[in-house]
Design a protein around this ligand. Structure first.
Ligand SMILES: NC(=O)c1ccc[n+]([C@@H]2O[C@H](COP(=O)([O-])OP(=O)(O)OC[C@H]3O[C@@H](n4cnc5c(N)ncnc54)[C@H](OP(=O)(O)O)[C@@H]3O)[C@@H](O)[C@H]2O)c1
Length: 310
């Protein structure tokens, strides 16, 4: 297909097994709803057991699809990512699509997880890197697998990458942390695509999505901690769409036959996006990959991370 055209959400082939992280609210919940309505088996991940179960029940009630499942993990902790990946691998025979959707935005004070990582980076960058690596063997066994990662247009608002201070110990600000976490996860997905191609893997595609501005609870925590942001958000409200609208591109990338085989692209508003070359850096991609690999080393025991450099 010509991907310069708007992509088509119609006639997806049902029957995929799809994991959506961060499906307990917002864009992820709407993504799960739309995919369940198409008849796929949907594994909904959340961090709060009650909220995740209620979201799963809501999807089943709205779609009549009983093949919807709930799993819980705090993705700010890499030990939890490992436990979660093991649970998915042990519970399901097959995984065809991984939607890395879970994400967070925090306040103007830098916060660190119990494992010592800056919180925004841990959830938005490190967790998708680790989860994708851990689930890759399962995805590779699928006839046709897809990895879809939700980034953000904010990748342009974090300023220049600071590769000698990736977790912003000396340069933290809320916008820098969020913007760079999304730039870095996009770079990592470009590396997954390039490395899989270099390894001769033809049945797994990797795409990144930006959902546009959607009314969700994403800014709940940053608003609580930095209430001065409220007037800015109010000014921005006329440009904000629904979570359902925000989910559209993820849904199509996860399920539409129109994008079968398309890989390594950045998508927004149902179209492939042109990225200014200043945001693309092979050296930056390698350094972020190496950094994440180093940080995840303790959690990657027995996992082959030898996707070739390229
Ligand atoms: N909304 C926008 O305008 C916008 C724009 C660009 C990109 N995005 C991206 O879109 C994705 C979805 O965000 P959203 O807007 O739908 O926000 P949201 O309503 O806050 O949903 C975020 C999801 O991630 C989960 N999550 C957050 N921290 C987690 C953690 N530590 N461990 C496990 N799960 C965690 C949340 O769980 P709970 O339900 O427990 O909170 C929720 O399910 C994010 O990656 C975000 O960065 C959003």
């Amino acid at each position: 297909m010509n991907t310069r055209q708007s992509i088509n959400a119609s006639s997806p082939s049902a029957g995929k097994v799809i994991l959506v992280t961060g499906a307990s609210s917002g864009i992820g919940k709407q993504t799960a709803l739309a995919l369940a309505a198409q008849g796929h088996t949907v594994i909904m991940h959340g961090r709060n057991p009650k909220k995740t179960q209620e979201s799963r029940d809501w999807v089943e009630q709205r779609t009549g699809n009983r093949n919807v499942y709930a799993h819980v993990a705090d993705l700010s902790l890499m030990s939890e990512v490992v436990r979660f990946a093991k649970e998915i691998t042990a519970t399901y025979e097959r995984l065809d699509v991984l939607v890395n959707n879970a994400g967070g935005q925090f306040g103007s004070e830098r916060e660190v997880t119990a494992e010592g990582h800056e919180k925004t980076f841990a959830i938005n960058t490190l967790a998708p890197f680790l989860l994708t690596n851990l689930l890759l063997p399962m995805l590779e066994r699928s006839e046709s697998a897809r990895i879809v990662t939700v980034a953000s247009e904010s990748y342009r608002q974090g300023g220049q990458p600071i590769l000698d201070d990736v977790e912003l110990e000396r340069h933290y600000s809320m916008m820098r942390a969020y913007g760079l976490s999304k730039l870095y996860v996009w770079w990592l997905m470009r590396q997954f695509d390039a490395r899989l191609k270099a390894a001769g893997v033809r049945n797994v595609t990797v795409n990144t999505v930006e959902p546009g501005s959607a009314a969700t609870s994403l800014q709940r925590e940053s608003l609580r901690k930095t209430p001065w942001m409220l007037p800015l958000i109010v000014l921005w409200l006329p440009f904000v769409r629904t979570a359902r609208h925000g989910a559209r591109t993820s849904v199509v990338l996860a399920s539409s036959p129109d994008v079968e085989g398309v890989s390594g692209e950045f998508w927004g508003n149902m179209r492939r996006k042109r990225i200014h070359p200043k945001w693309i850096s092979k050296e930056g991609e390698h350094r972020i990959w190496q950094y994440c690999a180093e940080m995840c080393r303790p959690y990657l025991e027995g996992v082959d991370l030898v996707l070739p450099m390229c």
